[in-house]
Ligand binder design. Structure first.
Ligand code: SF4
Ligand code: SF4
Ligand code: SF4
Ligand code: FES
Length: 949
């Protein structure tokens, strides 16, 4: 697929510091050593034709179109596979070369359907372009010889087709799947003329291991692999660079458009988080933005049993403001609050917390990061002084040992997983700490050196055991610690960690991790070179989430693995803007930049800029809001882009809280589960409909660009502004860039970040200020942000959630590649082809004990509630542990999760719920009730009275 992307240099950039000067077509050219003649030529402006080469892949040298003449060499070497040498003299154009190139193209074209005018790639096809470049005018062999023109199309994938009749067997797709994606789903079957691209064992793409990342489609120079959207609607006309709105990798994309309609999303080659790669969600699953379920007019109703009434924006805003003021008048200033969204932009999130603090007059603001990465903020701030990961993604290229704890990168952070797999194929070692055998444990050309398959809830015991081995075996980097960390805290920690009760042998019976494995992993981590830790919600969503984050930081500091490329502590953020929503002051106790609300200097800075007096005491966290709603002291809530009714634990408690509110305002794209309890619905805008920025897991701030007008007429930030004005606290911004300017003015780590700076640099990793004008890829280089690193004693305290005879299994939860979070977006795309229901994974032994077979309906009961799912019998599970995802509201995964939470941050303990699993034949009571309520709410929306009647 040729896209509107910039120039293709044919082979990848080389990063050598050794430079080589050669002569190409009479001109001197200087390039890094290791560069191909092709790349040097194209960089110098010489037009070397090519088909099997593209700069995202290593050269292969199969098409013979790129031949050149090199003085002193016999024949015509392929420029893509020939590396530059000092003094080399290259000719890229000559009569002989033109003749050979035409001959090559003639052969290709003689076995190609002559349907260029009606082909979906017409005007954007490298084969067509190259025929023009080499001046092919006729095919002497005719078109009647043996050919592949009758080969059947594979249309099994919902997003792209494979038409072998158009294949030139250049193998770009095969190499993309191997080198870029690391899935190895494609091969070239047979030899010579019979060669054909084959998915898996010769079946269809959908039946193969293909994960639909689209790298092969992007690499294909012909219409053989082609996006269905382009086949349906034709080639795009223009494009805008923007950022994926799904996960925390934050891939950069070119939204390729016809007018205001997206035709395809192409990962941006210069995107610093993704380098031209993507996963199925970002590349293909954008259709939700214009899905028919989008609600495009504001709606209000007095009671949640009333039909909705469509109203104008003015009426909706005025009604909401009047309700908020009425409620505050009746129940007090603190009776209302707001929730920001990690799906929205930094600017929108900033405005919601400003609205709460300045217009509501309290600090009752929280964010969905409460339920995912709040322990990261607490743990990393306490130990190192900054609530963020330490590295950029590219740091992985210098990693020798990677430890993945409680994360499933191939599903949760697929593009970064591809970078990890690439480094592993180059020889890096891998330690996986996870109750499940995730894909990284044993995938194509990737095998974990150690898989510590711990019991859920024992993370802290495992990290302590690893640190114990390192300390006891003299593997601590005492020199690093002496220079960089607090002496006394380290001494206290060392004494604690050396206690025999922390040894792998002592903890084995609790963690389930054989002592020898833990010892081996610890030795590898401490002695294997640059060691980096990547972790996810399997670390944070525990009663000791914050303790575990600090245990990870201790381990990194104790082994000197902080402050340079290849090492570090790296939280893999779930949603696209989790980092940003935390940075923007979404927590009740912190103003933007993680500054405590009780700090007088910070507060007065904001007070003078915002022209209000701010409350000194932190406000309510989300769980406190729920409790206060049930108690009757909290009466109104503004929820922007968050579905707390589905995503938060103990669903019955959440819905009891929501039904206790007098005014619930939901701003979202769809009637999500929370909106079914709302009194005001304010239509949201997708990432395609607004300007702003997202901040990814590496602290990278990237632009989100409006490529189509908001379907409901207003971007989310404009709605917050209108609401604030109606509440009597004036806000005025000409555009999102002015909001970012205000953030930069008030937040030292953002001081140098503006739309103009991002446009200039592509993206910027904060901190960005006078000391680091281009941003900060690696943190804590010479000293920790807090000065000296702080070791914390991490005592293992088992969770209160215990298995017993009644609830003998542990349920843990996670996500899957094709779906995203509560599924509101991905369920409205063809991604349901891969995952159309949440299932319960159960080990064969546990299934057999209960008479459960694959696909059977099973009841899952916990102390909090009960739900029913279909079972998937899977050896990925360890006996005693079951697993499910939470992408479908009717699954009720959170009906069974409990209210246990992290001691420091209240992050829910989603990862440990004691359950019993039994064969059943009908849905749970909650599911019946959910279906009735949901059907009723959908009817009330369908029956809504239009705005102008
Ligand atoms: S499908 Fe495309 S990329 Fe793959 S071998 Fe055929 S022409 Fe080349
Ligand atoms: S879509 Fe991705 S995983 Fe599937 S065959 Fe193509 S490159 Fe491989
Ligand atoms: S979902 Fe994540 S990995 Fe996939 S394209 Fe979007 S940002 Fe990249
Ligand atoms: S581009 Fe060099 S051989 Fe194909």
């Amino acid at each position: 697929m040729a896209s509107l992307e910039s120039l293709d240099f044919g082979t990848p950039l080389r990063r050598s510091e050794v430079l080589v000067t050669l002569e190409i077509d009479g001109a001197a050219v200087t390039v890094p050593s290791g560069t191909s003649v092709m790349r040097a030529s194209i960089e110098a402006g010489s037009n070397v034709p090519k088909l099997c080469a593209t700069d995202s892949l290593e050269a292969f040298g199969s098409c013979r179109l790129c031949l050149v003449e090199i003085e002193g060499r016999k024949g015509y070497p392929a420029s893509c596979t020939t590396v530059v040498e000092p003094g080399m003299k290259v000719r890229t154009q000559s009569r002989a070369l033109a003749r050979i190139r035409r001959g090559v193209m003639e052969l290709y074209i003689s076995d190609h359907p002559l349907d260029c005018l009606t082909c979906s790639a017409n005007g954007n096809c490298e084969l067509q372009d190259m025929a023009g470049v080499v001046g092919l005018r006729e095919v002497r062999y005719g078109y009647d010889g043996a050919n592949h023109l009758a080969s059947a199309k594979d249309v099994s994938n919902p997003y792209f087709t494979f038409d072998p009749a158009k294949c030139i067997v250049c193998s770009r797709c095969v190499r993309a799947c191997e080198e870029v994606q690391g899935t190895f789903a494609l091969t070239i079957d047979a030899r010579g003329f019979a060669s054909v691209v084959s998915a898996g064992q010769g079946g269809s793409f959908m039946d193969s291991e293909c994960v639909s990342c689209g790298a092969c489609v992007q690499a294909c120079p012909t219409a053989t692999l082609m996006e269905q959207s382009v086949i349906d609607r034709g080639q795009p006309e223009h494009s805008h660079i923007t950022t994926c709105a799904y996960c925390g990798v934050g891939c950069s994309f070119r939204a390729e458009m016809q007018g205001t309609e997206v035709i395809r999303m192409v990962p941006h080659k210069d995107g610093r988080a993704n380098h031209g790669h993507s996963c199925v969600k970002g590349r293909f699953a954008w259709g939700y933005a214009t899905h028919k379920d989008r609600i495009k007019s504001p709606m209000i109703r007095a009671k949640i049993t009333d039909p909705w009434r469509e109203v104008s924006w003015d009426e909706a805003i005025a009604y909401t403001a009047a309700e908020f003021r009425r409620i505050q008048g009746q129940y007090g200033r603190d009776s209302i609050g707001g929730i920001t969204s990690s799906r929205c932009t930094n600017e929108e999130t900033y405005l919601v917390q400003k609205l709460v603090r300045a217009a509501f007059g309290n600090n009752n603001v929280d964010t969905c990061a409460r339920v995912c990465h709040s322990p990261t903020g607490y743990g990393l701030k306490t130990t190192m002084g900054e609530s963020a990961g330490t590295q950029d993604f590219d740091s992985i290229r210098a990693t020798d040992v990677m430890m993945i704890i409680g994360a499933n990168p191939t599903d949760g952070h697929p593009v970064f997983a591809s970078a990890m797999k690439r480094r592993l194929r180059e020889g890096a070692k891998l330690i996986v700490v996870d109750p499940r055998a995730i894909d990284m444990v044993d995938g194509p050309h990737v095998h974990a050196d150690f898989h510590l398959q711990l019991r859920p809830g024992t993370n802290v015991a495992v990290i302590n055991a690893l640190a114990h081995v390192i300390a006891a075996e003299g593997l601590l980097r005492e020199d690093f610690v002496a220079a960089r960390c607090e002496d006394q805290a380290f001494a206290t920690w060392k004494k604690f960690i050396l206690e025999p009760r922390n040894s792998p042998e002592a903890t084995e019976s609790v963690t389930g991790v054989p002592a020898a494995l833990a010892r081996g992993a610890a030795r590898l981590f401490a002695t294997g070179g640059n060691a980096a830790i990547y972790y996810g919600l399997g670390v944070t969503e525990h009663s000791q989430g914050s303790t575990m984050v600090m245990g990870i930081a201790n381990l990194a500091m104790a082994t000197g693995n902080i402050g340079r490329e290849g090492v570090g502590v790296n939280p893999l953020r779930g949603q696209n803007n989790v980092q940003g929503s935390c940075d923007m002051g979404s927590f009740p106790h912190e103003l933007p930049g993680y500054r405590h609300i009780s700090d007088d200097r910070t507060r007065s800075l904001f007070e003078s800029d915002w022209g209000v007096t701010l409350v000194r005491e932190p406000g309510l966290r989300i769980p406190n809001m729920f409790d206060a709603a049930i108690d009757g002291s909290f009466k109104a809530l503004y929820v922007q882009g968050e579905d707390i009714a589905q995503s938060d634990p103990n669903t019955q408690h959440v819905t009891a809280a929501l039904t206790s509110l007098e005014c619930l305002v939901v701003q979202d794209l769809f009637l999500n589960e929370t909106a079914k309890f709302a009194h005001v619905f304010l239509p949201g805008s997708s990432f395609l409909e607004k300007d702003g920025t997202f901040t990814n897991a590496e602290r990278r701030v990237s632009r989100v660009r409006k490529v189509m007008p908001p379907l409901a007429g207003m971007a989310d930030w404009e709605v917050t502004v209108a609401l604030s004005n109606a509440l009597g606290y004036p806000m005025h911004y000409e555009g999102a860039s002015q909001i970012l300017d205000e953030i930069a003015r008030l937040t030292p780590t953002f001081a140098g970040i503006t739309f103009a700076a991002i446009d200039r640099l592509g993206s910027i990793q904060w901190p960005c200020n006078d000391r680091a004008p281009a941003g900060t890829p690696v943190m804590h280089v010479d000293e920790f942000v807090r000065g000296k690193g702080h070791f914390v004693v991490t005592e293992f305290i088992p969770t209160d959630e215990k298995v017993n005879q009644r609830y003998p299994l542990i349920l843990t939860t996670g996500r899957i590649l094709s779906q995203y979070n509560v599924g509101a977006q991905t369920r409205r795309t063809a991604n349901v082809a891969w995952h159309d229901e949440d299932r319960l994974d159960i080990h064969p032994h546990d299934a057999q004990d209960r008479g459960i077979g694959d696909g059977d309906w099973v009841g899952i009961a916990s102390r909090a509630g009960e739900t029913v799912l279909r079972a998937r019998v899977s050896e990925r599970m360890q006996p005693g542990v079951v697993y499910t995802t939470f992408h479908f509201p009717g699954s009720g995964a959170n009906v069974i999760t409990t209210e246990n939470s992290d001691w420091a941050t209240n992050c829910p303990e989603y990862k440990v719920t004691a359950v019993q699993v039994t064969l059943v034949s009908h849905p749970s009571e909650w599911q019946e009730q959910f279906r009735r309520f949901s059907d009723q709410q959908i009817r009330l929306v369908e029956q809504r009275k239009p705005v102008h009647t």
